[in-house]
Write a protein that binds this ligand. Structure first.
Ligand code: 3Y8
Ligand code: NAP
Length: 252
């Protein structure tokens, strides 16, 4: 039986995989959560929106006759990764994660590590007024309401329905992948003295990290949440090899 792939997406790597499976004429569906109104177009069948928890995902896998699952979601998208892992077990479908390695500091980096978002808030709580590039998107910035005395530079994919709940902020609307030269100019223009970032890995969000290093600025780097144990690869070629192998293993 020819494979039918479900790619849980929303990342650069997922888009790269989608282009490859389209070229190989592998039947595949790309899945967005629907976090932004106008996600990038994909060269394969695309669905948008939650599945309705693990049960909804199981129903979808069965109804759409999915034979292989690739979790290519962002390393901070922990809930969907747990759901996908549970659904793959319940349906005995082969699952692989296409992810990217965490960034590690290099010469010139001035990183302080936060274990999670709450720890990152603690790190900035005690500091005198700073000018902080809070480059973590939209959904988690409310955690910083506890430290309203800083000036925050915020960057979001789309204008939020309600103004950000941080009294002293500047909002930039922009969609990645970002460019180091442009991020360096952004940091200088806004006289930023601290960058707060998720350790997202990959190239699309790294621009601000390289820009901070070039400007000698400190970075507060937030570690990734724990994800379920599953097979993980970081290259599209490895997913294609897995797809072929999983197929022959299933004797299809
Ligand atoms: C909806 C769909 C591709 C994917 C491109 C990657 C790179 C550019 C850099 C900064 C950091 C941030 C954020 C970021 C980047 C890529 C990737 C990535 C970070 C889009 C997209 C969707 C989302 C969701 C969005 C989150 C937000 C996070 C902005 C598309 C553009 C901060 C993560 O307003 C919201 O609700 C936004 C929500 C989840 C994190 C947050 O909590 O706010 N991504 N981003 C996906 C869906 O609906 O399923 O491509 O149009 C995708 C991309 N954004 O195909 O090339 O691979 O990571 N995305 C972070 O890393 O910290 C920006 O500003 O420096
Ligand atoms: P999350 O917290 O892990 O998931 C919350 C719920 O959103 C899930 O239970 C599921 O709803 C739905 N969902 C998430 N990703 C989905 C997908 N690809 N397809 C269908 N439903 C999905 O997710 P998140 O952190 O908000 O991330 C949402 C999307 O943005 C993902 O595609 C992710 O790859 C992308 N993204 C996230 C970040 C980040 O920093 N978190 C960064 C870049 C891109 P149901 O329970 O109803 O099924």
């Amino acid at each position: 039986m020819r494979p039918t792939l479900l790619i849980l997406g929303g990342t650069t790597e997922a888009s790269r995989l989608a282009r490859r499976v389209a070229d190989l004429a592998v039947e595949a569906v790309y899945s967005y959560a629907g976090r932004v109104a106008t996600p990038d177009r994909q060269p394969i069948e695309t669905r948008v929106g939650g599945f309705g928890g693990v049960e909804g995902l199981i129903d979808y896998l069965r109804d759409r006759r999915i034979t292989h699952i690739v979790d290519a979601t962002h390393p901070f998208a922990a809930q969907i990764s747990h759901n996908v892992s549970a659904a793959a077990t319940a349906t005995s479908l082969p699952l692989i994660a296409l992810t990217r390695l965490p960034w590690t500091p290099i010469d010139g980096d001035q990183w302080t590590t936060a274990t999670d978002m709450a720890d990152a808030v603690k790190h900035v709580e005690a500091k005198e007024k700073r000018r902080i590039f809070l480059a973590i998107g939209r959904t988690e910035i409310s955690a910083f309401r506890r430290v309203p005395h800083h000036h925050y530079l915020l960057r979001m994919v789309e204008p939020p329905e309600t103004p950000p709940s941080l009294p002293d902020h500047t909002l930039v609307i922009a969609r990645g992948p970002f460019d180091e030269t442009a991020d360096r100019a952004l940091l200088q223009h806004h006289e930023i003295d601290l960058v707060v970032s998720k350790n997202s890995g990959g190239a699309g969000a790294y621009a601000k990290i390289g820009a901070a290093r070039a400007l000698g600025l400190p970075v507060l780097m937030i570690n990734r949440p724990r994800l379920p144990t599953r097979r993980e690869v970081s290259e599209v070629d490895e997913v294609i090899a897995w797809l072929h192998h999983a197929d022959t293993e299933r004797g299809v």
